[in-house]
Design a protein around this ligand. Structure first.
Ligand code: ADP
Ligand code: ZN
Length: 746
């Protein structure tokens, strides 16, 4: 985990004397430099963590009492806190996390607080929702077959007699009548207005239900985690096990132990919206679904979940990275599944790594955290080696399932036909799989039809007007799209450069083009494409997963959204169409990430009785990643990666941060870059690389320059950056972004 450089300046619970108006600091969920001082009227009896309404300029805003006053503004000049909100106070642990994350990422604390207060109206008591119930008079009328009741009114009454009280619109819908009919019933006293409970209370997962009997290796691993949950206290454990070894089953046992102790549990999962199988498994194991937290939730659900979490009524939350900032009052365990996944890194706004900050939260709250992976990150592996983290291990797949055999197809020898992308051996394997009535998965980490479209007449390439990026053709949507800014346009009829008509040619494959090839070769095969833009929302992902489970799909073609977690017993063949994709580009983690992704995709094959086989199409069969995959020598590969990082002083052996400047044009970007270069720190143990145009030199119309700061591990890189940033003044049109522990180098 990242070291605790940051001091926690605030949040002293002391000093709650009840003098007339005390002075306190209040943090607002805005990107301001820090908290502001206010007067706290004695009658409000405020304590740190209380949510309050304060005036700011002409506005009134909700903020949090952060601690003692910071400044020395005369009391007469301070404004008063207007009101205290009836919501559970923010715990000290969460306030310290906000300060910690702000300090570590060099973000304004208010910007981090905003992530905690994502649903501001959750702080207000729920508005009462009114509805109608049938009245005694109404029951009588119904029973007496009152002839003055029209058929529609009778239907509406009947609906209420049979079902629960409901809002007028629901009654009308249920009875197939107009709202006027409901009104008329109310006027005649046949139904009466009642206050509805807005939502049923969240169902409690039942820890007493037993899971499947565990194998002895699973039992050992589970026992270790359960002990840690029972003892409490901070500790990080890597749950390391091959795909299909039962890691989920094992950490479910740890969750049960936390629930038994009436504690709350947070599970972080990448791509939670696609994890329908995980949700179903949880519900089956514990008899109730977990609460979900991700960007596809509606506002009402978010609001209710936030509040129920704060009140301790929700016991288990599974979510994407932002769930880390939910206001659990009584967290007892954090699980980070697929801990190596780079989607835990948030790249805009507050730039943070949810796995690392989850470790920080666990340490602040003094509770155990479990990192789960079949392919742990180099960072985590090194932490295990250096005994900062514990490790429990599941060495084999559960039951009779064996790990799949992995074979390389050397594309220099096994060339596909022109404009085709599947080599003869892979086509043959596909044919056999379909003949055996088994399922296949083709993996290609490229959305759309083709990554590049060019003019056959003049070579002109279609480029995004806002970014240094090619436009990607999406035939399903009939559009060219930029994957960086979302720009989209129809394919132009004429080449904008030479004016030739119909001259555009697609270069290279995306998943849509692969689907075309499979259809052409196997017209009878039922296939589906799984990519983030072909799945709209969790429902369609769930439907797709279900149709694969029901064997209504023979060939699944997809990007990395397909690689995660799924368990399809009939899936025996995995074809990786371009194993080299991602190996080039040469960023710090290119090899590691490719290894993890391909290992994970391979792990989809042969998860039940039928053995699986994986084909890797590659032009670089001797590459260390490909060799590690075939020989299944993960530990050697990780050791080599770690050694390379150590040799170059790269994380986790040194520290790294990126400084990204962007301006409205090249000139302003260069000017700012020169100003920062002149002020760059010169000190032992600190190296500044750049400025250089970013690989994505223009993004969303902004011209970008990058610096990379590399320091020894014992250097406080945040302090170095803070000082550097303070020395330079640039025009307000220039944006400066800091990325500590960068994962993207674009
Ligand atoms: P992992 O998370 O390591 O990939 P899972 O927990 O998903 O592995 O387990 C893989 C498959 O094996 C799942 O279908 C799971 O239900 C099954 N499984 C694992 N452990 C057991 C067990 N002890 N008893 C029965 N089934 C198990
Ligand atoms: Zn773009």
């Amino acid at each position: 985990m990242p070291d605790h450089h940051a001091s926690s300046r605030t949040t002293s619970e002391a000093a709650t004397s009840t003098h007339a108006a005390r002075r306190v600091s209040v943090l607002l969920p805005l990107p301001l430099a820090g908290a502001y001082d206010y007067l706290a009227p004695a009658e409000l009896a405020l304590r740190p963590g209380d949510f309050v309404i304060v005036p700011l300029g002409r506005r009134e805003l909700v903020g949090v009492v952060w601690g003692d006053a910071i400044g020395d503004v005369a009391a007469e000049k301070l404004k008063s806190i207007a009101e205290k909100l009836p919501a559970p106070a923010l715990t000290e642990e969460l306030r310290r996390l906000v300060d910690w994350v702000a300090s570590y990422t060099l973000s304004p604390p208010g910007a981090v607080l905003r992530m905690v207060m994502r649903v501001p109206d959750a702080l207000l008591p729920a508005r009462a929702i009114m509805g109608y119930a049938i009245s005694p008079r109404g029951r009588q009328a119904l029973a007496a077959q009152d002839t003055s009741l029209t058929p529609t009114r009778r239907r509406a009454l009947q609906a209420l007699a049979e079902g629960p009280a409901a809002p007028a619109a629901d009654i009308a819908r249920r009875a197939g009548c107009s709202a006027g009919v409901v009104r008329a019933l109310a006027e005649r006293g046949l139904i009466e207005a009642v206050e509805l409970r807005s939502r049923p209370p969240p169902a409690l997962p039942d820890w007493q239900r037993s899971g499947p009997p565990l194998s002895s290796a699973q039992e050992l691993a589970a026992g270790d985690l359960i002990d840690k949950v029972r003892q409490g206290g901070f500790g990080v454990t890597l749950l390391d096990g091959v795909t299909g070894s039962g890691k989920t089953e094992v950490y479910f046992a740890a969750i049960a132990a936390a629930l038994e102790r009436r504690r709350q549990v947070l599970v972080l999962l990448p791509e939670i919206a696609l994890s329908t199988q995980w949700l179903a498994r949880f519900a089956e194991r514990f008899g109730a679904p977990p609460a979900e937290w991700h960007s596809d939730l509606g506002h009402a659900e978010r609001r209710a979940t936030w509040r129920e979490v704060a009140q301790g009524n929700i016991r288990v939350v599974v979510g994407a990275r932002s769930a880390l900032f939910l206001p659990f009052p009584d967290l007892g365990l954090i699980i980070v599944d697929e801990e190596h996944d780079s989607s835990f890194k948030q790249e805009d706004g507050v730039v943070y790594h949810a796995r690392d900050m989850a470790v920080v939260r666990a340490s602040l709250a003094k509770l155990p955290i479990v990192l789960v992976s079949a392919t742990p990150s180099v960072e985590t592996t090194v932490n295990v080696e250096q005994h900062r983290y514990d490790r429990v291990h599941l060495p084999a797949r559960h039951g009779s399932a064996r790990l799949p055999e992995i074979r390389v197809i050397d594309m220099r020898r096994e060339r596909p036909e022109r404009q085709r992308f599947l080599s003869p051996p892979l086509v043959k394997a596909l044919a056999e799989t379909l003949e055996n009535r088994e399922q296949a998965m083709l993996f290609l980490n490229r959305r759309g039809y083709a990554p590049l479209t060019l003019c056959r007449a003049c070579g002109f390439r279609l480029q995004c007007p806002n970014c240094t990026a090619w436009l990607v053709e999406h035939r399903f949507h009939g559009k060219l799209q930029c994957h960086h800014c979302g720009h989209s346009e129809p394919l132009p009829p004429l080449c904008p450069n030479c004016g030739e008509a119909g001259s555009f040619a697609a270069c290279g494959p995306g998943v849509e083009r692969l689907a075309e090839e499979v259809t052409m070769r196997f017209p009878a095969a039922r296939l589906a494409v799984m990519a983030s833009d072909t799945l709209i929302g969790p429902r369609s992902a769930a439907e797709l997963v279900k149709s694969v489970e029901e064997h209504a799909i023979d060939v699944l073609i997809g990007t990395q959204v397909m690689a995660k977690g799924h368990h399809f017993p009939l899936l025996t063949l995995v074809g990786v169409v371009d194993a080299d994709l991602g190996l080039t580009g040469g960023d710090l983690r290119a090899a590691e990430r490719t290894f993890q992704l391909l290992h994970q995709v391979s792990g989809r094959a042969g998860r039940a009785e039928r053995p699986g086989i994986v084909f890797l199409q590659t032009f670089m069969p001797e590459h260390s990643v490909i060799r590690a995959l075939i020989s299944d020598d993960r530990d050697h590969f990780l050791a080599m990666e770690a050694e390379a990082r150590r040799a170059h002083g790269m994380p986790p052996f040194g520290r790294l941060a990126a400084l990204i400047l962007s301006g409205p044009d090249d000139e302003s970007a260069d000017l700012a870059a020169r100003a920062y270069a002149r002020a760059a720190p010169h000190m032992p143990g600190v190296e500044v690389l750049g400025p250089a145009p970013a690989p994505l030199a223009v993004l969303r119309g902004r011209h970008r320059r990058r610096f990379l700061v590399k320091t020894k591990r014992n250097v406080n890189i945040q302090a170095v950056l803070r000082e550097w940033l303070a020395r330079v003044k640039v025009p307000s049109s220039v944006r400066v972004q800091v990325d500590i522990d960068p994962y993207s180098f674009l």
